[in-house]
Design a protein around this ligand. Structure first.
Ligand code: SIN
Ligand code: CO
Length: 415
């Protein structure tokens, strides 16, 4: 196992960025999971049954203040929704919302949901990082909801696992494992036709509720409240199949481009085609030929790994990286990183398997997965000491410098 850096900000004075927070290790009991180890939680609850955890994060502070959240909801690249339940009528609007487009905080029964806050704020990213006992390939985002008294999004179910962490004020949650998940068809949002709650709790700051997919739930704010949803993703079989076939098609095109110029593309040939009385009919020989071509398309475990690594590390379409305005030269970058270490940008996604590594949808061109790759992807940072050990390998430092120029990794800001 790679060595884990300390779970606290980097050495004072050397950098101004905060180092990534590390998740609890699989076999250490943690208050985050009600003193279960992540291994026990995954075995007993994950995708199986709900779990209420009192004081999962004692003394929690909301990662963003109400005003900071409203500011985020005013930005074009941030996905936000406003849900109101005024005079017994559900309404939903999509952001961005200028400050005067949100109802007054004195008005009851409205909710603002801001998706992907981890992409925009290091504190939100740090909170999400606590849940990395689940593979990154499954982790989606951190959503923050702000609600006034009586606010909620209606009784519904989600298709994905979620941790609902109360970070400010109180929320009353009711949940049920009902079979009937039919939705009302007269509303702009997903609300169950019949909700049969079986359990009910009031969550206070620091309390958390884990729900597996398809558990009906309804959370209503008791006074002003903020809840963080740590969300997961699970690609559907249809999505995986179509995207894998697309990946294979791209590979085929690349191979064709790289083929020697004298090898002309192979076109369909039909020297045996007889004259036809039914020109509209699709020739069976053409169907057979395509069947033979498709039967010849081969893939193996490496193609599947390469597909999953690139596909699942692909940033969301709205993500834009902030490249440094005046990037350091490679030599200067090496000198600075040797003093400050490096970290992955909060928006960056890095995955690896036994053969390859992937950053932001790109497969590495360096062969093999060395220890530093595992450390950077798992810890989201490399200490200065660790960076120094890499500085002899110019192919590695050149790659890291390239990533830095793209805004995918950062070095200390004192540079
Ligand atoms: C909320 O935070 O208001 C809704 C979260 C959810 O029910 O999934
Ligand atoms: Co939900």
């Amino acid at each position: 196992m790679p060595k884990r850096p300390q779970d606290h900000p980097a050495q004072a004075g050397s950098t101004r960025f905060t180092m990534p927070v590390l998740p609890p290790s699989p076999d250490t009991p943690t208050p985050l999971l009600g003193n279960l180890t992540p291994a026990q939680f995954m075995r007993r609850y994950w995708q199986k049954k709900p779990l209420l955890i009192r004081q999962a994060i004692p003394d929690i502070v909301a990662p963003l203040s109400r005003d900071e959240l409203f500011e985020l909801a005013d930005q074009d690249e941030v996905e936000s929704r406003l849900i109101t339940h005024f005079r017994n009528k559900w309404q939903m609007e999509h952001g961005p919302f200028a400050p005067d487009e949100l109802p007054s905080v004195k008005q009851r029964a409205w909710t603002l949901l801001v998706q992907g806050v981890d992409l925009h704020d290091d504190r939100a990213r740090a909170l999400l990082d606590r849940f990395r006992f689940v593979p990154d390939a499954r982790l989606d985002d951190l959503m923050i909801s702000y609600a006034t008294n009586g606010g909620g999004v209606g009784a519904h179910f989600d298709s994905y696992d979620v941790f609902l962490l109360q970070v400010h004020g109180k929320r009353r949650w009711r949940i049920g494992a009902q079979k009937d998940l039919s939705l009302r068809d007269d509303l702009p949002l997903k609300v169950l036709q019949h909700f049969e709650p079986e359990e009910e709790w009031v969550l206070e700051p620091g309390d958390m509720l884990y729900l597996p997919p398809h558990i009906a739930h309804d959370g209503i704010a008791e006074g002003e409240c903020m809840t963080c949803s740590i969300g997961f993703r699970a690609p559907s079989t249809g999505e995986l199949t179509s995207q894998f076939l697309y990946h294979l098609a791209e590979r085929g095109e690349r191979e064709a481009d790289e083929a020697p110029a004298d090898r002309a593309p192979q076109l369909y040939r039909d020297p045996q085609q007889p004259a036809v009385a039914h020109p509209g009919e699709l020739p069976q020989a053409l169907v057979d030929r395509l069947g033979a071509i498709l039967a010849g398309v081969k893939w193996n475990e490496h193609d599947i790994g390469a597909f999953l690594g690139t596909y699942l590390s692909e940033p969301k379409p709205t993500v834009v990286f902030d490249a440094p305005e005046k990037p350091l030269t490679e030599a200067r970058f090496n000198a600075v990183a040797s003093k400050s270490g490096i970290r992955l940008d909060r928006k960056a996604s890095m995955l690896y398997n036994r053969r390859f590594f992937f950053l932001n949808g790109e497969q590495s061109r360096i062969a093999g997965v060395k220890k530093w790759v595992v450390e950077l992807a798992d810890n989201r940072c490399l200490s200065a000491k660790r960076f120094v050990t890499l500085s002899d390998d110019s192919s590695v430092t050149a790659l890291l410098h390239e990533w830095y120029c793209a805004g995918w990794i950062q070095v200390g800001e004192f540079a």
